[in-house]
Ligand binder design. Structure first.
Ligand SMILES: N[C@@H](CCC(=O)N[C@@H](CS)C(=O)NCC(=O)O)C(=O)O
Length: 256
């Protein structure tokens, strides 16, 4: 690889966090481009190259390739990095299955978190770009609402339904809790499976601002107290995984 890879990422999205975590685990240098739903859609389409259907982030541009699946970006990180692999050959099929299994719960989480944002004016204001001064935020809230509604249409989210997504997430988390049963890792060592589980937990209780910075209202809107209580052991495990394994990115000055 001659040119530095570019990661197009949505900083608060758990899918993007998976990709950043995998690249950072291997201490790979990359340029980080922040994506904004709605406003960033034309640029994302252009960067994703000729392809049909929905374009999403994370998107990794490297060596003439455009990888648009977080799982593929983790495989890329393993191919190019020197740290312990996140997807060891022997475990890859099982982790791929877990990825597919969790995707359904992740999508249900997306409906809940989007509905929660639309119901909370303060949280909507906090989703505006960091540079927007506090006094302007209430004035720009309609823009944030417009972007969030557009996002809900892009993913065909059912914003009225709450019981079904809650049950789907709880069902998946119960299986995961049973699987971990007091262990520190999904397998006998840290792997991409643990990163996947952490990304699902973002929908019931976001990780510390040290890792993904949200505002207080936003954080509250994305917390589901009944699930956060029921799955507190998994949340503790998530916090330990972050403390032990979430390395910082090298060369963050390359952000654009
Ligand atoms: N299967 C994809 C899913 C990625 C995905 O759903 N990305 C959403 C995250 S919310 C996204 O791109 N949102 C921003 C947008 O659509 O503008 C992956 O694993 O990377």
């Amino acid at each position: 690889m001659n040119e530095l890879p570019t990661l197009v990422s949505l900083y608060y999205s758990p899918w993007s966090e998976r990709a950043r975590w995998a690249l950072d685990h291997h201490e790979l240098a990359y340029r980080l481009v922040q994506h904004t739903p709605l406003l960033g859609e034309p640029r994302l389409r252009k960067l994703a190259g000729p392809r049909r259907g929905r374009v999403t982030v994370p998107l990794l541009l490297a060596g003439g390739e455009a990888l648009m699946e977080s799982f593929e970006i983790a495989r890329f990180a393993d191919r190019h990095g020197r740290a312990e692999p996140l997807l060891p050959e022997a475990l890859e099929p099982e982790i791929r299955e877990l990825n597919a299994l969790l995707e359904h719960a992740m999508e249900e989480g997306r409906s809940l978190t989007t509905a929660a944002l639309l119901a909370d004016d303060a949280a909507l204001e906090e989703t505006l770009p960091r540079g927007v001064p506090p006094l302007l935020r209430p004035l720009l809230r309609p823009l944030s609402r417009l972007g969030t509604r557009w996002f809900a249409r892009k993913y065909a989210l059912d914003l009225a339904e709450r019981a079904k997504p809650l049950a789907a997430i709880a069902g998946t988390l119960r299986r995961l809790r049973e699987h971990y049963a007091g262990r520190a890792y999904f397998f006998d060592r840290f792997s991409y499976a643990d990163i996947l589980v952490c990304s699902l937990l973002q929908a019931i209780s976001p990780v510390s601002d040290r890792y993904i910075r949200l505002g207080p209202a936003w954080r509250r809107a994305w917390t589901i107290p009944e699930l956060a209580t029921e799955f507190r052991e998994l949340l503790t495990l998530r916090d330990e995984l972050y403390a032990r394994h979430r390395k910082r990115r090298v060369q963050p000055e390359l952000d654009s």
